[in-house]
Structures are given as structure tokens and as C-alpha cells.
Write a protein that binds this ligand. Structure first.
Ligand code: B3K
Ligand code: ZN
Length: 884
């Protein structure tokens, strides 16, 4: 917390460090009411930086006990110390800096640095948390070999872990014991980790491609030992996949994962000691849903893949965050696609991108994949850095092709192993290995905003030509009023009456093989591509596989959309056609609702839905995705562009379309529900997951349709043998039942699962999502419930995050009580956990989109900005969202 207004840091001001730390020796002495941290830093002046700069180390909330250089104690005259920095003017070129400080992990509610989660000690240092442990050059381009001892009470903390390989664990004779760890790989401080707790482990081994044996351990509380198998399997699959697909082997003798309950995000890739939010590692069919199984697999893989893309090759500065995050998300996405259904995975990614990243890119917090400035780096762990960053890497993959991309990644890892580098270094390695010029492509790193790709097609039956004109534009974003044209790979096919037509461009070599799929590269504001020998008027299947993160506009007729839904070869385009068709009928419904007319849903759309339900040959997972209507937040984003979102009309229109599907197809929904029933033992595989997804979607439509469906949901709730089916039934009851019956089910669920915090969080979230205005009172009623705790981020995200992000009807209640509830929690969290406070504030930052409620939202933001003691995290979000 700072009193003065926090200032921005700029990429253009980057300076190499004046000193390096070659070796970092740390000794931790952990107690219930404090911890002592002794550090011995082997420091060397950077010969490339002239001017005899003083040594400036970062440090926050540290109580200095002693300070020495090469064993000579320093007196207060030798240094300057404030609440953020230790400055020593006179230092030799090479020396050891020895410090001792006292910290208070037991009072650390911000969950950054060294803190306590329940009964264990753990750390979170990325991005700038290490400075809350000891004074340090807390920047990623300072990489040291770490040697760490941890001392604690042997009974309370039998397990003592840090990075690298274990050297010893010794009893000290006084009820305490000490562990010694050594990490031979130089690393920045953000990858440091320590854990001390009463933990048990599930153990396994992995033999690397070159025959080295690695011991694998997942540490959890004893009660959770039965929930580690899926994460362990995912880890071994990831290790093998990275060897096969990227040629990357693991490099230490041991790989540890630890589950902690209080954690600000999903997980952290500390070298050799990944620390996980327990919700991202623990799994069992009884307590975990299918989508959570998938999430655990993806996050285990993501953190493991960071060992190369992030740890062995790290970031020069935090502006380069997407270097490791975008690339690693691309890697984990490809892994998940290989392990399950690629189309379903891609649809989930695009949904996520449209709902979250496109909204961010169109709002006050928009920033490029490589930002130019920030106030608080914690605010930049965004969908743009992660998801758009991954899309940028994916486009490089598309432009280069798999083989040349692999050559590029090999060169990148080989050239930069052990270094802290930039996004530019990544792109240059890709260029150097492939020979493909990516000069203009680099704009994806520096320009914010989602480009609009508008396409227009014209068929000339006489010349047998199809003219496809592609235009691009990109809306202004904060600080970037004018944009240059980007490189947009447009994967496409042309759909004819009997399948995909051959794609011949006038510019093609006549001898080259004719294809039905190709990638056009749009790199100018407008280009026309002429396809030859096109025997009939085609429907263009554009942006196959979502080949670029853009908003596509094409004037498809309803017939075109039905044709794409039914016959297009690319699963993503089929899904997207269904989405576009749904958007169209929802917009029609909204217009009718606003005009006070009866809502009449286009019969062609309903027929297309019926065909999806009736065809058992279709992949149930894809059918489920195609029959899931776009969410209300996304609809609000689209409406905002067209002059302001009316939340009530959006909700009413979407509900009316859902009801039309439910009533028109009640028999087909029933039949599909019955057809997909299974007695096979639970497995979280793609086939079973897809079947359950469609079956539960049918159940939800049936429950919406009336009492018969609700009875089915009640039966499923009672008889379910896994959490996916049980929770889906409970949601249908709570959303559509809204009577004593659904309350009884909710109470029953709590009684059954009170002892499982991760299940209790689902219970909190589900109640926060019930789409009626008085959910607000229900949420308020849950705040004092023993199941809720403002100190635990998972619970805050479940109840408050669920309410503000996932329940537009209650959050945007006309009396503004939803906004005030959120502001109240932000105020409390600002003091407790600023990172979390800034994150949950986000729904209010979108105030400009809302036609009638925007001013009320803004007023709440203005009130918040007058609060005394605003953290830099919350200050930055408020300042940007209230700015012009
Ligand atoms: N690198 C961490 C995120 C750290 C967030 C710090 N506020 C997890 C990940 O992306 O793998
Ligand atoms: Zn990551």
C-alpha cells in the first residue's frame, strides 16, 4: 500500500541490471509468529553498465535485523532504506551481501511472498513477490543458482521443500529439523519456492527419452491422497508429449507438485516445485466435473511446459510476459487437443477468447500482447497476454507450417537456453529457422484491439469465378487511435452442394495439386482473391479452425448458415455457423421484445436444431456446443458496439429462444437424453465427456420446458454416480425449479458435501448464478455462512466472481444493489488481498457498454476511487476505467 499515487513503468525505460547475482544462499527459520530469512547474495557488477551505479535492492514489509558486506557489518550510515528499496552507495565489484530480516507469514493475507495457507507455509513470488521475502534484485533478467535451507518444527512441518534437488534432511535435536535444497539451474527470483507442511505424497517415476529417471511427487493433505491420480497421469503425459512434439526433456532428478487451498491463481511453475491451487490439481469422479478434469490436465501440462518455455528460457522484463505465457498456452492447448477432441477444444478456446479477451480488447483496460507500460504488473496476467498471446503463436505456426515452426522453436530454445529474452527474440528465431519474413506480423505484439475482418463474395456463373474480397480494420484502443494493417491468415474452403469445391487461384502454378483447403494471407487493408473453375455458387467457409483472432463479418443468408452447420468439413466453422444463426434469432427476438411484439423464432433455426438432435452419427460434444446459445455477456458486448446493451432485453430474448427450442423439440430432447444414458464406469475421456455434456444440455432444456423435465432432473440428482451429472441436475433444478423443491436439493447437496471445500465452492457458485434478481439477497445471505471466507480466493471467485461475471440479471439489477455489493467486497479485499480485489472489480469497468445502467456503475467506481489506502492494483484498474 502506498500513500502517493503510484506511477507507471515503461518498456522504453528498460535498462540492463547494474549488478548480477550469481549465487543466492537462503536460510529460512520458520516459526508460528514470524520467520527469519538470512540471505547471502554473491553479487558482481555488470561490466556493461558504466557510471559506478549504487546497489539498489527491492524489499517490502521486511524488518532488517543485520546487514554485512563480505562479513563486515554495515552501519545505518552505509545504506539508505525505505519501504521499497535498500540502497548501498559504496560496494566493491564483486562481493557477498549478507542480510537477515524478520517477516510475518502468518499475517500475509495478500498471498504474495511467503505466507500461510491453513497449516502450511508456502510461497508465491511471480511477478514481484520475492521482495517480500528478502532484499533482492527482483527482476527476471537477474538469474542466480539457489541454495536453500529450511528449518521448522518437525512435527508440524514434516515436509520441507524448495526448488531443485534435495541434498539432506537433518533432525536438529530440539524438535526442529532442517532441509537443504540445491537448484543447479540459474533462475530469476520469481521462480523461487518453499513449502513446509504436514503433507503426504503420491509418488511415481518417469524415465526420460534419454533414459534418465525422474521421481515424481504430488503433495497434498492426507484426506486428499485419493484425488491425485489424474494430475499424476497428466504430468506423465505432458512429459512424454513435450519430448515427442518439442524435443524437450525434463532436467532435474525430481519434480514436485504441491496443492494449497489459498492461492491467487491456478498454479505456479516454480522450478522443480510447482505450487497449485488445490482446485487445479485434485480430482475424483465423485467431487470433480468433466470440465474440471480437463482443466486439471491442461494446467498440469501448462506448468510443466513452462520448465522450458519460461524457466530455461525466461523473460527479460515483465513487458515480455506473453513470451512465456502466450507460447505456453499455445503448447498446452495443442497438448489438450492431442489428448482429447481437437474441435471441442478449439470451440472452447474461441468461446473463451470472444467472451473474455475480445471484451478486454474493446474496453478501457485494452493493451497489446506486449504492453508498453503498467502500474502494477499483477494486473497484466490477462486474457490478452495469455489467450491472445497464444493465438499469435498459433498464427506463426499456421504461417510457417508444423515443420518449420518446430525448427523455429528448436532454434529458440538452443539459442537462448539460460537467458532472459524478449518477444522479439522469439519471433527472430522463428524467422531465422524458417526463412519466412515476419516483419509486418510483429504488429500483433504491439497493436491492441481486435481486428475486424469483413469478407464479401461474388459468384460469376459465366466466368465460373468466385471473387472473395477481404477487408481489415482495427478499432482505436487507449493510446492507439490509428492502426496499421496486420498479417491475417485466413484458412478457408468453398462449400458446394456436394461437398468442398477445389480451390484454384489465377496466380497458382497450373501444375500444382488442387486442394480443398488453403490459407490466404491478408496483409493489406483490402485484397480480392479470385477463385477459378468454380462450378457453382459456393458458400465460403471462412476462418476455418479460427485461424486468426478477429471478428469476422460476412453477409451469410440463413440458408448459407444451415448449409455450413450441416455439411461443412471443418467442425469449428460448423459450430460458428450455429452461433451466428443463434445470434441472428436472438437479435430478432430482442427487437420483438423491445417493440412489445410476440417473439417468433425463425423456423429454419429450430429445424436445424432438430436435425442436430436427431442424428446419432454426429459427435455429441459438437452437437452440445452447437446447441449452446452465446452467453449474455457476449451478447452485451456485441450490442454495445451497436449503441449500448440492454441487459433485460438480452436476457428475455435469449430465454425466449431457449424456450422455443425446449418446446419445439421436447420429444427429440427426451429421446436424445435417453439414448445417451450409459452404465459404463466413469472416465473423463472425450467420448464420455461429450455424451454427458449433450445429455445434461438436453436435461436443462427439458427442465426449462416444464414439470416433466424438472422431475427428470430430480431423479438424476438423486441417482447420479458422478459430480458432472449431479451438479448439472442441481443446476437445472435451481435455475428452472425455483421452489421448495430446488431449495431442498441445494440443502441436501450441502449436507452431503460439507466436508469437501472444492465441492462447497461449486455450491456457492451455483447459487450465485441463478438468473433471477433476488439472487442478490441470496448471495448476501451466504456471506456470513461458514462455507464462505473472504480470505480464500477460490471462495471469493465462486460467490462474488460468479455473481458479478456470470449473472447479468442479478448483477445489473435496476436498483444498483449488485454494483454496491461488488464495490463493498472490493473495498474489503483492497486491504486484504489487492490482487484479488483488482481482479473481481473487472465487471464494473465495462460500464460504458450499458445503455441505462452505465452511469450507476460509473458512480460506484468514482466512490471507490475516493477510498483512502487504495492499493496500486485497484488504483490502476480504477484510473484506467474512469479515464477518457
Ligand atoms: N506464471 C503463473 C502466474 C503468476 C501470476 C502472478 N500474479 C501461472 C502460469 O501462468 O503458469
Ligand atoms: Zn503460465
Amino acid at each position: 500500500m502506498r500513500d502517493a499515487q503510484p506511477g507507471a513503468i515503461y518498456l522504453r525505460d528498460y535498462q540492463p541490471p547494474a549488478f548480477f547475482i550469481e549465487r543466492t544462499e537462503l536460510a529460512f527459520d520458520l516459526h508460528e509468529d514470524h520467520a527469519l530469512v538470512s540471505a547471502c547474495l554473491h553479487i558482481r557488477r555488470n561490466p556493461a553498465v558504466t557510471g559506478g551505479k549504487p546497489l539498489e535492492l527491492q524489499g517490502q514489509q521486511l524488518e532488517l535485523l543485520s546487514l554485512a558486506i563480505d562479513d563486515r557489518a554495515l552501519s545505518p550510515d552505509d545504506y539508505e532504506l525505505d519501504d521499497a528499496c535498500l540502497r548501498i552507495r559504496q560496494v566493491p565489484d564483486t562481493f557477498r551481501l549478507q542480510s537477515q530480516c524478520r517477516i510475518q507469514p502468518q499475517n500475509n493475507t495478500a498471498l504474495e511472498g511467503l505466507y500461510k495457507s491453513r497449516n502450511m507455509f508456502c510461497t508465491q513470488c511471480e511477478a514481484e513477490g520475492f521482495r517480500k521475502i528478502t532484499w533482492y534484485l527482483d527482476r527476471p533478467d537477474v538469474m542466480a543458482v539457489f541454495d536453500v535451507t529450511v528449518e521448522a518444527d518437525a512435527t508440524r512441518y514434516p515436509v520441507l521443500l524448495s526448488n531443485g534437488n534435495p541434498l539432506s534432511l537433518r533432525a536438529l535435536g530440539n524438535g526442529r529439523h532442517r532441509a537443504h535444497w540445491h537448484d543447479p539451474f540459474p533462475k530469476p527470483a520469481y521462480l523461487f519456492a518453499l513449502v513446509a507442511g504436514d503433507l503426504r505424497s503420491v509418488d511415481d517415476r518417469f524415465v526420460t527419452a534419454s533414459g534418465r529417471e525422474v521421481s515424481l511427487h504430488i503433495y497434498v493433505e492426507e484426506k486428499d491422497l485419493d484425488k491425485c491420480d489424474h494430475a499424476l497421469l497428466s504430468l506423465k503425459e505432458s512429459m512424454r508429449w513435450d519430448e515427442t512434439v518439442y524435443g524437450r526433456e525434463y532436467d532435474l532428478d525430481i519434480f514436485n507438485i504441491v496443492a494449497v487451498d489459498d492461492f491467487n491463481m491456478g498454479a505456479m511453475e516454480n522450478k522443480g516445485l510447482n505450487i497449485f491451487n488445490s482446485s487445479c490439481v485434485l480430482c475424483s469422479p465423485e467431487v470433480t466435473t468433466d470440465s474440471e478434469f480437463q482443466r486439471v490436465q491442461a494446467i498440469v501440462a501448462h506448468e510443466y511446459f513452462h520448465n522450458w518455455s519460461g524457466n530455461r528460457v525466461t523473460c527479460r522484463d515483465w513487458f515480455q510476459l506473453s513470451l512465456k505465457e502466450g507460447f505456453t498456452v499455445f503448447r498446452d492447448a495443442t497438448f489438450s487437443a492431442d489428448m482429447g477432441s481437437p474441435t471441442v477444444k478449439r470451440v472452447a478456446e474461441v468461446n473463451d477468447l470472444r467472451n473474455t479477451q475480445f471484451a478486454e480488447d474493446a474496453g478501457p483496460l485494452a493493451h497489446p500482447v506486449r504492453p508498453e507500460s503498467f502500474i502494477e504488473i499483477s494486473n497484466f496476467y490477462t486474457a490478452t497476454i495469455y489467450e491472445k498471446g497464444a493465438e499469435v503463436v498459433r498464427m506463426i505456426h499456421t504461417l510457417l507450417g508444423a515443420q518449420r515452426f518446430r525448427a523455429g522453436s528448436d532454434l529458440y530454445f538452443q539459442r537462448h537456453d539460460g537467458q532472459a529474452v524478449t518477444c522479439e527474440d522469439f519471433v527472430r528465431a522463428m524467422e531465422d529457422a524458417s526463412g519466412v519474413d515476419l516483419q509486418q506480423f510483429r504488429l500483433w505484439y504491439s497493436q491492441a484491439g481486435t481486428p475486424v475482418l469483413s469478407a464479401a463474395g461474388a459468384y460469376d456463373p459465366v466466368a465460373q469465378q468466385f471473387h472473395l474480397t477481404l477487408r481489415q480494420s482495427c478499432p482505436p484502443t487507449p493510446g492507439q487511435p490509428v492502426k496499421l494493417p496486420m498479417v491475417i491468415p485466413v484458412a478457408l474452403g468453398l462449400l458446394g452442394s456436394a461437398g468442398n469445391l477445389p480451390l484454384r487461384l489465377a496466380t497458382d502454378d497450373p501444375a500444382s495439386a488442387v486442394q480443398t483447403h488453403r490459407v490466404l494471407v491478408l496483409n493489406q487493408p483490402e485484397q480480392t482473391f479470385v477463385f477459378e473453375q468454380v462450378s457453382e455458387a459456393p458458400v465460403p467457409a471462412l476462418l476455418r479452425g479460427f485461424s486468426a483472432p478477429v471478428r469476422l463479418e460476412y453477409a451469410y443468408s440463413s440458408d448459407d448458415l444451415r448449409a455450413l452447420m450441416k455439411r461443412e468439413a471443418d467442425g469449428f466453422v460448423r459450430w460458428d455457423a450455429a452461433q451466428q444463426y443463434a445470434l441472428r434469432v436472438i437479435a430478432q427476438a430482442q427487437a420483438a421484445y423491445t417493440a412489445g411484439d410476440a417473439i417468433d423464432v425463425e423456423s429454419g433455426y429450430l429445424e436445424a436444431c432438430g436435425q442436430l438432435l436427431h442424428d446419432p452419427a454426429l459427435d455429441p460434444a459438437l452437437v452440445a456446443e452447437m446447441m449452446t446459445l452465446p452467453g449474455e455477456t457476449y451478447l452485451a458486448d456485441l450490442a454495445a458496439e451497436a449503441g449500448g446493451a440492454d441487459v433485460d432485453a438480452i436476457h428475455a430474448a435469449r430465454q425466449a429462444v431457449r424456450l422455443a427450442i425446449a418446446t419445439t423439440h421436447s420429444e427429440a430432447l427426451q429421446a436424445c437424453y435417453q439414448r445417451l444414458q450409459s452404465t459404463a464406469p466413469y472416465a473423463p475421456d472425450a467420448a464420455q465427456t461429450g455424451a454427458r455434456r449433450l445429455r445434461n444440455l438436453c436435461l436443462d432444456y427439458l427442465a426449462l420446458g416444464g414439470p416433466g423435465g424438472l422431475a427428470l432432473a430430480a431423479t438424476q440428482f438423486r441417482e447420479a454416480t458422478n459430480m458432472t451429472d449431479r451438479l448439472a441436475a442441481l443446476q437445472s433444478l435451481a435455475f428452472h425449479g425455483r421452489d421448495d423443491h430446488s431449495d431442498a436439493a441445494l440443502q441436501q447437496f450441502y449436507r452431503d458435501w460439507e466436508h469437501e471445500p472444492l465441492v462447497v465452492n461449486k455450491w456457492l457458485q451455483l447459487q450465485a448464478l441463478v438468473p433471477v434478481p433476488d439472487t442478490l439477497e441470496r448471495v448476501q445471505g451466504l456471506l456470513p455462512h461458514p462455507a464462505f471466507d473472504l480470505h480464500n480466493p477460490n471462495k471469493v471467485r465462486a460467490l462474488i466472481g460468479g455473481f458479478a461475471n456470470g449473472n447479468p440479471v442479478a448483477f445489473h439489477r435496476a436498483d444498483g444493489a449488485g454494483y454496491r455489493l461488488l464495490a463493498d467486497k472490493v473495498t474489503q479485499l483492497n486491504a486484504l488481498n489487492p490482487q484479488l480485489a483488482a481482479r473481481i472489480l473487472e465487471p464494473l469497468t465495462r460500464w460504458r457498454k450499458y445503455r441505462s445502467r452505465g452511469e450507476q456503475m460509473r458512480a460506484v467506481l468514482v466512490e471507490l476511487s475516493a477510498l483512502p489506502g487504495l492499493s496500486p492494483d485497484v488504483f490502476e484498474v480504477l484510473q484506467k476505467s474512469l479515464g477518457d
